[in-house]
Design a protein around this ligand. Structure first.
Ligand SMILES: Nc1ncnc2c1ncn2[C@@H]1O[C@H](COP(=O)(O)OP(=O)(O)O)[C@@H](O)[C@H]1O
Ligand SMILES: [Mg+2]
Length: 505
């Protein structure tokens, strides 16, 4: 099967999100659609999937023009899509989810009963080695497994073209490798795969063809043999250095001291954090590496007081801060970039302007006689939006209207605007494009060089290596070891998988 998009244009009001885009995808190939956040990738795929009406252009299947009025039409024509945000219902089983997906399908691919759905799940799971139990409940599955369920759903509808929108954004390095392997298998089985991503490593690993879009337009096509630098500069529109240079750290006195910190889930008595001790000095970046779910989130949250510590102490600049309020911790000089920006990072129904002064609204110069000084607030917003390249039509837009990457930039801009003793950043560049990652990494290093202690939590090894002066590896709520950034990827990977502990046991 050949799928062709010809001159697709999509406008939102007077904003052109897709400007006459051409794309051809053939069976048995992986076509990467590469572009920064906000480039228009999801919009294009939503047009293709019948979710949006195009303002111009044509979709052709095997050279025949087709019109999709809704996703049902697209699915019936053999197009499947795994969205950036999964659309599964948590309390359903896998088989139920797959059956449900068929309600919209018109024509022969319809699944009618649960037994048939179960059998179909098992068949597809076995064929591709997905290891998915048809009777498992969605909420009990890992993110990676939920994604495989979405893929099974699409395949059960006989998808000949599978669109994956930023599928690895939510995956660990290991899960990413597994997914890339699955994509390879699907290709070999004859599926046409459209892989939407901004991650160059993945594109180079799996794509057969690459189309790069920037600000709604196709700016070039490339072969997977192109270097990361070439791809990055096409994507961003300027030269991008893939490695941020940094001088050797000049560590001073301990700024953050963590002693025997534990976090216990009261309901289950599971120890999320198990007697963790370490210190971070002024002028030093300690990066915590680990597969997601090994206590890193709890560590960051316990230092700040978002979750209560069952035991242990946290000292900032020599003073015990355990048991203080989050507000007090922030006021004491901690900057915090949370892992889940939509939940803890921005207030969705506040404007960008107000989000940028969330921690500062009660302080000069923003506060004048108890009210927010709008002039300072807007001036600040204009500066930060420019510096952090927040893609928005206006600073008065609601934070909730921004893409995830742009929300992240707002959080970073706000937290880095204060004088910090300690910066704690969890997954600081998740969802950001290469251009923005370079900028954020530079800013974090600047913070270190100004004398702050920096604690980074990241499940991206590239990021850990780019930033760390020392690397703490976490596994099952404990720090396995703290090692130098000269430690190689394989060794680190093994430590992250707990190989260390099993050896010792
Ligand atoms: N429903 C919408 N209404 C208005 N603007 C939108 C809508 N969806 C996307 N946009 C805008 O279109 C641009 C492209 O968005 P999107 O296709 O989601 O980008 P990508 O997937 O490449 O990150 C962004 O600037 C975004 O703000
Ligand atoms: Mg998108």
């Amino acid at each position: 099967m050949k799928l062709e998009l010809r001159g697709i244009t999509k406008r939102f009001g007077d904003f052109t999100a897709n400007d006459s885009i051409d794309l051809v995808v053939e069976s048995g190939t992986v076509h990467a659609l590469l572009g920064e956040n906000g480039a228009g990738k999801s919009t294009l795929m939503n047009v293709l999937f019948g979710l949006y009406d195009a303002d111009g252009g044509q979709i052709l299947l095997d050279d025949e023009p087709v019109v999709f009025v809704g996703p049902g039409d697209a699915m019936a024509a053999g197009i499947g899509m795994v969205h950036q945000h999964f659309m599964l219902v948590p309390v359903f089983t896998v088989a139920e989810s797959v059956m449900l997906g068929h309600e919209e399908v018109r024509g022969p691919a319809k699944l009618l009963d649960l037994d048939a759905a179960r059998a179909r799940v098992k068949e597809i799971s076995d064929r591709f080695g997905f290891h998915i139990d048809p009777d498992a409940t969605i909420e009990n599955l890992s993110v990676g497994a939920q994604q495989r369920v979405e893929i099974i759903k699409a395949l059960s509808q006989d998808a000949k073209v599978l669109i994956l929108d930023e599928p690895t954004a939510v995956l660990t390095p290991q899960e990413t490798d597994e997914l890339l392997e699955i994509i390879g298998q699907l290709r070999d089985a004859g599926t046409a795969v459209v892989l939407i991503t901004h991650k160059l490593r993945e594109v180079k690993a799996i794509a057969d063809h690459i189309t790069v879009i920037r600000r709604g337009k196709v700016v070039g096509t490339a072969e997977p043999t192109a270097s990361q630098e070439e791809l990055a500069s096409l994507m961003v529109g300027r030269d991008v250095s893939m490695t941020v240079s940094k001088d050797a750290a000049q560590p001073g006195d301990p700024m953050l001291e963590v002693e025997n910190l534990s976090v216990v889930d009261e309901a289950t008595s599971i120890k999320h954090l198990d007697s963790v001790s370490f210190e971070v000095r002024r002028g030093e970046i300690l990066a915590v590496a680990g597969v997601q779910g090994n206590g890193q989130t709890e560590l960051a949250e316990a230092i700040l007081g978002i979750v209560a510590a069952a035991e242990g102490n946290v000292k900032l600049d020599g003073e015990v801060i355990t048991g203080r309020s989050i507000r007090q911790a922030l006021d004491a000089g901690i900057g915090f970039v949370p892992e889940d920006r939509t939940e803890d990072g921005v207030v969705a129904d506040f404007t960008i302007t107000n989000n940028l002064i969330l921690d500062l609204y009660d302080k000069a110069p923003y506060s004048k006689a108890g009210a927010i000084d709008r002039r300072y607030a807007s001036q600040n917003a204009a500066e930060q939006v420019e510096r952090f390249d927040v893609r928005t039509t206006s600073s008065e837009a609601l934070a909730g209207s921004l893409s995830g990457g742009n929300q992240q930039k707002v959080v970073l801009a706000r937290e880095l605007a204060r004088d910090l003793k300690l910066l704690i950043a969890s997954q600081p560049t998740r969802g950001l494009d290469v251009g923005s990652i370079e900028f954020v990494h530079k800013r974090i290093i600047e913070e270190r060089d100004k004398g702050a202690a920096v604690l980074i939590v990241s499940s991206e090894l590239d990021e850990v290596y780019a930033l760390a002066d020392r690397i703490a590896v976490m596994y099952h709520g404990r720090i396995v070891d703290i090692v130098s950034p000269d430690t190689d990827r394989d060794t680190l990977g093994l430590m992250m998988a707990g190989a260390h502990e099993e050896e010792a046991a």
